[in-house]
Design a protein around this ligand. Sequence first.
Ligand code: AHR
Length: 515
Amino acid sequence: MKKVLFITFLFTICNQLSFAQNQTTIISIKNTTDAPIINKNIYGHFAEHLGRSIYGGFFVGDTSKIPNTNGVRNDIIKALKELKIPNLRWPGGCFADTYHWKDGIGPKPERPTIVNKWWGGVTEDNSFGTHDFLNMCELLGAEPYLSGNVGSGTVQELADWVQYTNFSGRSPMSDLRKKNGRTEPWKVKFWGIGNEAWGCGGNMTAEYYAGEYRKFATFMSDWENTGGFTRIASGSNSADYNWTEVLMKNIPLNMLGGVGVHHYAVIDWAKKGDGVDYTEDQYFKTMKEALKMEELVTRHSAVMDKYDPEKKVAIMVDEWGAWYDVEKGTNPGFLYQQNTMRDAVLAGSTLNIFNNHADRVRMANLAQCVNVLQAVILTDKAKMITTPTYYVMKMYNVHQDATLLPVNFQSPLYNFSGETLPAVSASASKDKSGLVHISLVNIDSKNKNKVEIDIKELGVKNFTATILTASKLQDYNSFDTPNKIVPINFKGFENKKGKLEITIPPFSVIVLEGK
Ligand code: AHR
């Protein structure tokens, strides 16, 4: 009897495996005009005063031999403009709740120093401050997203920062701004009220923070009623749904533009594993953590629906990405890690989740932009490279501000060591000029997956495609081989009378464009 059961078990397992490898997955795409717009801010970034993000990353100073504009590297400006970076969050992260913005204005030699208590205990000379950041955002064409200090700052301090950056009339703060060389206000729209208030931002309870939020938010006026002034609450740590519930219940909706959520794909906080030298087991676990994002945004959104059924308040996933052990030989407090194809498929799958939840997720910030965690750009003195994650963000920027086309399908499975994950993810959109874009990811480390998409309803006929993949999952772009992983034309699909048949290679990201 035992033998029969075992054979039946083996048969079932083999059947499931062959399903994953041979079956064609049918993806249906709804051509609808009433679906939400994919807010371009989903493709946002994050730059903290951490490690070599600002100093030695973005900012080299205007006396550097590295070509720069007011101290900001020209190669980074060019790369981020090509990415169509929509917004940039600054100055933290944990750093934000230790940052006093008045330390970073006025003549640089006179600025006080502080110790960066969270990140390596290094001395911060405040040479990169409000003017440097906001002028840089203007160069990038990106909306600035300022994180205000609630943990160790005051209500007055944050109210003053808003007046300094946003008020054009006469006032103590706008006069000070003019004295420091900037006549016109920058009109900053996105304001974070603290960061990780449950942790480094002050170890507050949700109830206590909700009260603090109401107080800080009250004194932050949209000085000139320009509209689009968005106050964002420090959100939950991953799956802390109670945090979201308490904020939604206790903060009047007219004071709340967005609620943050932070989620990092970490295998084990005590032993995160190497960024490059990883096993399939570690890969599978990283992807499992990353794909939790689907459940997180679904459940946080469901909590918000109870208080805000019209979805006026957005989810802002203002920190997301992979977090590994720092690269050997680098400062543990600087969070420098390399970026392989694992990071590319992680980014592609996560962005598909955000696109598909565009009704509620209206901003997200990859952590972090330069030289920290899942960076899109790495620098080494005068050298700069773009990572596989950079190319995913670039391939996907076609979805920015396009109308979502809802997708529906049952994903084949990626089997590893008795566990499974959905192997394929997809999202689609139609832009203002009528172009249709479909992004597909196969996370399976060994098996290709076949999909079929009915395109008859989509109003487009001719397709081209781009793929990002590599010969090895662990491959990455180094300073010696900076172009090992770059997007190339993809021909692995056929358009058979209105049906696109596509074979997605293992660990790859594809974006199709239909005209
Ligand atoms: O991104 C690194 C850190 O992660 C941020 O400072 C903090 O907000 C989060 O815990």
